[in-house]
Ligand binder design. Structure first.
Ligand code: ARG
Length: 558
């Protein structure tokens, strides 16, 4: 609402005086609500700021949301009709319930999001965890903007490594061990064949032959591959369950096997293929990029070939208007090449590589191999345990301790990841992310729980309320924050940046906590008390909705 009003002010002034790029600021605390700096126009028109003020004032006559305007220190200060605005905003929040902030910018459009996408028979890395959490938040953000979202887990389930896996399994595999600990066992086999290959060249050839047989659809090999895939996926699913993340499709690289010839034919037809030392490539010199390797000299296709097939499939099957790939910084070149190849093919896909940085522990790249945990799932389980300890020491009588601990532990990890701009590296320190103060998940969940407990003790009577209290600065500051929410969602969508929401709800929770430090809720006057209750209920609704969008569960108790 305030954004719309700013827009109105901007248009009125710009249209009347034929200027553009008018800056409108939030006025500093305690003074006006909105401010327009005038110096720039004073300079432009070689006059004084007060002269500009007089001109602009004329343009703003008749806007009903404006209480008064004032000149101060080179600014045009706008005071809003606070009571009416506050009522409109709170009304919008509570009547639309969790729909507050929902927009229609994406209506009728489909986005395909490719995220998580771990590799079969390998451990789920911290990078895959980041991708999962960022992707899940973006899914919620886009839905909130009206888009249709198709969440795809592009499993790394194809490639020459499966030839090696099959040979290793035939030589040393043990079914029971694999069933018990699929990924650890499969990784062991993979490591062993890589080690032995160094002294036994025969193995390399065997693995190549095995992969060829697999690519040709040998039934026995396909069955083995399918088994490795199922077992790995079973383990990945435990992770998704912990994180409460769902996908619409698990079509991974292997899914595109029978769609690869078409890609090669299309490239051929468009005369984009070249043979270079036996390999088939697409030359990307015109994009200032190294060539894209489409086929190896032995005919095997590659990661990028499968991605070209996948993008065509997504475009045709889901009618994607936009494609997001949530993958680490290290694959920047790959996605530039993918975009370049499809551009050369004559498509102009709206394709974005939503990149992100590393996860660091004590300044070093985090890896489950170097840490004290072998599986990422164990790291998350540890967070849940630590959360449980913290919670039960604060609130020993809490019911549903396990459920709450899971939500706090997982929420802490998610929030720690999403609070900073995604392309930056994140620090992974369980003790810090589980703190109940500062910029943490538990702090936000706790702020919401605090409001919940006040609301539980005091019943809100909507018929006995006086909204004029909202005109006071300490209320209206927060009202202005609440009014920002729809705009924040749009900004997060435009920038593919969950951090925009994470920062916003942190500021809102801080806004609530400082308000709560100044204002008693349960006051004598019932009209005032109800105004307070309605006010904090609205804050809670927005914090909770922000948490939900990030993939963190709001709580009623903790
Ligand atoms: N499996 C890949 C990896 O772990 C990520 C796949 C990302 N998605 C894609 N369409 N390339 O590095």
């Amino acid at each position: 609402m305030i954004e719309a009003l700013k827009q109105k002010i901007r248009e009125k002034i710009e249209n009347k005086y034929l200027v553009d790029g008018l800056v409108i600021e939030e006025a500093k605390k305690g003074s006006a609500d909105i401010a327009v700096p005038l110096f720039q126009y004073a300079k432009l028109w070689k006059g004084s700021p007060i002269q500009v003020f007089n001109k602009f004032s004329i343009a703003l006559e008749g806007i009903s949301e404006i209480e008064k305007i004032e000149f101060s220190n080179g600014f045009l200060n706008v005071y809003l009709v606070r009571k009416k605005l506050a009522e409109d905003i709170l009304n919008d929040i509570l009547t639309r319930d969790f729909n507050y902030g929902q927009s229609s910018v994406g209506n009728g459009k489909t986005v395909v999001m490719d995220y998580s996408s771990p590799n079969i028979a390998k451990s789920f890395s911290v990078g895959h965890l980041r991708s999962t959490m960022i992707g899940n938040a973006l899914k919620n953000i886009y839905k909130k903007c009206g888009y249709e979202v198709v969440a795809v887990n592009h499993l790394g389930d194809w490639g020459t490594q499966f030839g090696k896996m099959i040979v290793a399994y035939q030589l040393w595999g043990n079914d029971q061990d694999i069933r018990k600990n699929p990924i650890i066992e499969l990784q062991k086999l993979y490591k062993r064949i890589n080690d032995e290959e160094k002294v036994n060249e025969e193995l390399t050839q065997k693995a190549r032959d095995a992969f060829r047989k697999l690519e040709q659809g040998d039934l026995e090999y396909i069955k083995l591959w399918q088994w490795f895939r199922d077992e790995s996926l079973r383990e990945f699913m435990e992770m998704y369950e912990l994180l409460d993340v769902q996908f619409d499709s698990f079509n991974g690289e292997a899914f595109y096997n029978d769609k690869m010839d078409r890609v090669v034919d299309m490239l051929e037809e468009k005369e984009l293929l070249k043979v270079d030392e036996g390999a088939t490539i697409v030359d990307l010199t015109s994009f200032d990029l190294p060539p894209a390797l489409i086929k190896k000299s032995d005919g095997a296709t590659l990661y990028i070939t499968r991605d070209v097939a996948a993008i065509l499939y997504r475009y045709e099957t889901y009618h994607a208007d936009k494609l997001l790939y949530i993958v680490g910084n290290e694959q920047q070149l790959h996605f530039k090449q993918l975009k370049a190849v499809t551009d050369l093919m004559g498509y102009n896909f709206d394709l974005e590589h939503v990149n992100f940085g590393l996860v660091l522990v004590d300044g070093k790249k985090m890896s489950t191999r170097s840490g004290k945990f072998t599986r990422l799932e164990d790291v998350i389980t540890q967070a849940i345990k630590d959360a449980k300890e913290a919670i039960t020491s604060k609130n020993p009588d809490l019911k549903n301790q396990d459920d709450v601990s899971r939500k706090v532990g997982v929420g802490a990890i998610i929030f720690n990841d999403l609070k900073n701009e995604r392309h930056l590296d994140v620090d992974f320190n369980l003790a810090n992310m589980l703190k109940f103060e500062g910029m943490t998940g538990p702090y936000l969940q706790y702020s919401s729980v605090r409001i919940e407990s006040i609301l539980k003790e005091n019943e809100l009577d909507m018929k006995d309320i006086d909204t004029s209290y909202y005109q006071e600065d300490h209320y209206f500051e927060v009202i202005k924050q609440l009014a920002q929410f729809p705009h924040i969602i749009l900004k997060a969508q435009e920038q593919n940046a969950p951090s925009v929401i994470a920062r916003y709800i942190t500021a809102l929770a801080q806004g609530f906590n400082s308000f709560y430090g100044k204002q008693r809720i349960n006051v004598e006057n019932s009209k005032h008390k109800n105004a307070n209750l309605l006010f904090i209920k609205s804050i809670q609704a927005v914090i909770n909705e922000g948490l939900r969008i990030l993939g963190i569960s709001p709580l009623k108790e903790m």
